[in-house]
Design a protein around this ligand. Structure first.
Ligand SMILES: Cc1cc2nc3c(=O)[nH]c(=O)nc-3n(C[C@H](O)[C@H](O)[C@H](O)COP(=O)(O)O)c2cc1C
Length: 343
């Protein structure tokens, strides 16, 4: 051979369909389907859109690994939210596998670096609920803008509580002016603590307004905080707030809790978080996060006591009827794979 081209396609013998992307088949699915499943998993939410997950598809399983290069040591010193995000990605993965007629068998912390492994548990046709939640995966997004001044119907609230219960977690619905005021105070207190912490501010700045496949882009920043805001939302550098564009006076605010503390509970609650968010999306609801009081440890302890001390608060959400917001970016699947050498 003299190196001239003959017009024939050069075929990499290791590449079959999506294997060109470094992917092999898994769980009986061909590489292209595995790629689609991982794309759906990666549409999960994560703090500052760090996307702190990696995937290892193997013949009999797909593993979810943490990407520790994407930690936020100041904002999330115990990697608790990193595990919540990986749990949310795991929920999407379960859903995508289930939608392909496969019953997903999940083990949490199966060994090695993996946070979870999904195996094939026989055939199980997708039902209406699976289809509804799966359709919500690409439609869901964090909406930091003011919502319409329309109350969330009781039936919707119940559906969200049930969604958390289905994933063995607890959704506390904040009710009455007293509870609301108490939580607003805790949000404000933790917000001030984080605003005064240079390392937290640096992490926020590093992940804000990036133009790559991660971070929070300008279009997702919401509106600029103003003194009249009752809930302190994180400042992602939004432009000037249009006149009269204030936050809704009475959003539905919920605290998602686990029944015990520690990594398995966080992975469990991450799955619950995603089921709650997808249920909300399927009901036409928008959601944003108020994570400051669960990120600042002493405030989280205060919140836990305020909730009676039996459950562990893991995430705080604001829900309501919002206007459309753009989708935030995601990295390509090929950048999310655990290196072959590690398999
Ligand atoms: C555990 C967790 C905590 C989060 N906390 C906040 C928060 O406090 N404020 C906020 O604006 N967004 C928060 N987010 C939302 C992320 O910034 C968002 O998921 C990410 O930017 C990707 O955007 P998307 O949800 O629209 O796909 C949080 C997400 C997760 C999973």
């Amino acid at each position: 051979m003299d190196g001239t081209t003959t017009g024939e396609a050069v075929v990499d013998p290791t590449a079959a369909g999506g294997a060109a992307n470094g992917l092999t088949g898994a769980l009986g699915l061909p590489p292209e389907e595995v790629e689609r499943v991982l794309e759906l998993a990666a549409l999960a939410p994560s703090v500052h859109n760090t996307q702190p997950w990696r995937f290892l598809p193997a013949h009999d399983r797909i593993e979810v690994h943490p990407d520790l290069t994407r930690r936020l040591p100041a904002t999330d010193p115990e990697d608790r939210e990193l595990r919540l995000a990986c749990g949310a990605a795991l929920f999407n993965l379960r859903l995508a596998v289930r939608a392909r007629g496969i019953r997903p068998l999940v083990s949490l912390l199966p060994g090695g670096d993996a946070l979870a492994a999904v195996r094939r548990g026989g055939r199980l046709p997708a039902d209406e609920e699976v289809r509804r939640l799966l359709a919500a995966v690409p439609a869901r997004r964090t909406n930091r803008k003011p919502f319409r001044d329309v109350p969330v119907p009781v039936a919707h609230r119940r559906a969200l509580v049930r969604a958390a219960e289905r994933e063995r977690s607890w959704l506390h619905v904040v009710t009455g002016p007293e509870q609301r005021f108490r939580l607003q105070q805790l949000v404000a207190k933790a917000h001030r603590a984080q605003a005064g912490d240079e390392r937290v501010r640096a992490e926020l700045a590093a992940w804000t307004g990036r133009r790559s496949g991660d971070g929070v882009p300008p279009g997702s920043a919401g509106v600029r905080p103003a003194p009249q805001d009752e809930w302190a939302l994180r400042d992602f550098g939004a432009g000037e707030r249009p006149p009269g564009k204030d936050y809704e006076p009475d959003p539905l605010v919920v605290v998602l809790c686990s029944f015990y503390a520690g990594p398995p509970a966080e992975l469990q609650t991450g799955q619950a978080l995603q089921r709650v968010l997808l249920t909300a999306t399927s009901l036409g609801l928008s959601a944003s996060f108020l994570s400051q009081p669960v990120e600042v440890r002493p405030v989280r302890d205060e919140l836990r006591r305020a909730l009676g001390g039996m459950v562990v608060p893991q995430a705080v959400l604001r829900l309501g009827f919002g206007s459309p917001v753009p989708r935030s970016p995601r990295r390509a699947v090929r950048d999310l794979l655990v290196e072959r050498a590690a398999r």
